[in-house]
Ligand binder design. Sequence first.
Ligand SMILES: [Zn+2]
Length: 113
Amino acid sequence: MHELSVTQSILDIALAHARQAGATRVLRINLVIGELSGLVGEYLQFYFDFLSRETLAEGAELTFQNVPARLRCLHCGTEYEPESADWTCPQCGALQPAIVGGRELLVESIEVE
Ligand SMILES: [Zn+2]
């Protein structure tokens, strides 16, 4: 279960941050999710609600900012964001992309009180 381990990491980061800030509660965790990460926000929230029970982060809301896939053509070096499932290079028409963005999951900010 990919989501479960990812969610545990998010929770660990949030709790470490909250302790450092001397907070009593984590209100919101703002995440950046790449289109190619394979992660679904609803699942993350579901696991988070489960894992965060009886911690400072219980009841915290996760928000998601999605970032698109970004590719670099290995043939001509052009970087582009593919349209849907068509990963053909718009510059030279080759289909030799390397993924350079869109797989990430980042904790952008954490709101505490
Ligand atoms: Zn190209």
